[in-house]
Write a protein that binds this ligand. Structure first.
Ligand SMILES: [Zn+2]
Length: 412
């Protein structure tokens, strides 16, 4: 299996090269075998003329609940506690494996068609999501959502999942997901921490999403959710914490100390009126920040380019500083920072030897011209609908396949 993309503008996400015009990108098997401006030697199974297109590493959706596409537009304009306890949890009590498979297929198709090549999932019946991911060719880290009081069963399911993903050629991995401090008691959190340590897994959790979560933790444990998770030993494992909207300076210092990655989900946080995470402060303190869509029930789509744009403008607005979080830094959050957080040292950049996960965007569309600055256009003007090809492990897994749209003036 080999692929050559020629004559393309490549956004490498490497600090040294950043943007390569008229580039060739070659892949052999599942790796990038060449990136440069000279035509590489040899023949290729597939050749794409990248004229008018931009290539960049595939996006990494670092926090989602893929099968929640089933709940798109099911409960809107509600606060998180009512939304969760009155609408979402009762619906989820009726979930079947078949429903999760259907929702996962829909969600993975949506991610691939909007530029996401790797997703970090937390949900139920993850064996069904694994099946859908394997069929559609996406990369992913799958975590069975763990809440009280059925811990043993969930650990058993995780063990089965580990066996199931062995046939995915490394594209699928498994993590441990204690849902949050308000749905997991002390025993559950400690068991998850120990299990992750024993098997070398990463932790995927929700942290300080709402003010209520913090107030309840103070009442129950006399400390913040961050401190409580530290005390329960979760952060002794590599951890990705979604949201982190309500952090004190002391909490931020704890996250930095344990190298916890914060996953910023600005659309979900705004829609549920949970608040705005202090991302510039976290970045200044050296905390790794990645981006996530959260589930389609609180977003209501899985187009990570929306998170990219929102992250690029939201914190400028709240800080009254237009230089805050420049476009390049935001693109890093959606690519290399997510890869790092998931434990990859060969993903998130276009670089020889790296995994061949990349996307091609159609830059000849009216809203992307003129193109004074490709990185800026990727952050402030692109949408997921501009993705023309998605490649995972050197395989084309999505191609828009539509003829160029024609306008009335061209046909008259
Ligand atoms: Zn979530």
């Amino acid at each position: 299996m080999s692929l050559l993309i020629k004559n393309v503008t490549a956004i490498t996400m490497c600090e040294e090269t950043r943007v390569l015009e008229n580039a060739y990108i070659a892949t052999r098997e599942n790796r990038i075998s060449y990136l440069g401006t000279k035509k590489p030697e040899g023949t290729f199974d597939e050749v794409i003329d990248g004229h008018g297109m931009v290539a960049m590493p595939g996006l990494i959706n670092a926090h989602t609940h893929t099968a929640m596409t089933l709940l798109r537009s099911y409960a809107d304009d509600m606060n998180l506690q009512d939304w969760l306890f009155q609408k979402i949890f009762p619906f989820e009590d009726t979930l079947t494996p078949e429903m999760v498979y259907e929702g996962s297929v829909r969600g993975i198709k949506e991610m691939l068609s909007t530029g996401t090549t790797c997703f970090h999932d937390m949900y139920f019946f993850q064996e069904e999501t694994a099946k859908a991911a394997e069929e559609l060719g996406i990369r992913g880290v799958l975590c069975e959502g763990i809440t009280d009081p059925v811990l043993e069963k969930k650990i058993e399911k995780t063990e089965k999942l580990i066996e199931q993903v062995k046939k995915s050629e490394g594209r699928l991995q498994v993590g441990i997901s204690p849902h949050a401090v308000y749905t997991c008691n002390e025993d559950t959190l400690k068991t998850c921490a120990d299990y992750a340590k024993k098997h070398g897994f990463r932790i995927h959790t929700h942290l300080s999403e709402t003010k209520t979560e913090n107030q309840d933790a103070e009442k129950a444990y006399g400390m913040s959710p961050t401190k409580w998770m530290e005390q329960c030993g979760l952060f002794d494992n590599p951890t990705m914490a979604a949201h982190c909207v309500w952090l004190s300076d002391e909490d931020i210092a704890i996250l930095k100390k344990y190298d916890v990655t914060v996953v910023h989900n600005p659309v979900s946080n705004l829609k549920l009126a949970s608040g705005i995470a202090e991302i510039p402060k976290l970045v200044n303190k050296g905390v790794n920040v990645a981006l996530g869509t959260d589930g389609a029930s609180s977003n209501n789509n899985l187009d990570l380019f929306e998170e990219i744009k929102l992250t690029g403008i939201l914190h400028k607005g709240t800080s009254l500083d237009p230089t805050m979080l420049p476009a390049w830094e935001v693109l890093k959050m959606a690519t290399i920072n997510g890869a790092k957080a998931l434990g990859f040292d060969d993903l998130g950049m276009l670089k020889t030897g790296y995994l061949a996960d990349l996307i091609l965007l159609d830059f000849e569309k009216p809203h992307l011209t003129p193109n004074h600055n490709t990185v800026s256009n990727l952050v402030y003007a692109v949408s997921g609908a501009d993705v023309a090809y998605t490649v995972v492990d050197g395989r084309i897994v999505y191609c828009r396949g539509m003829q160029k749209p024609k306008f009335l003036s061209e046909t008259l």
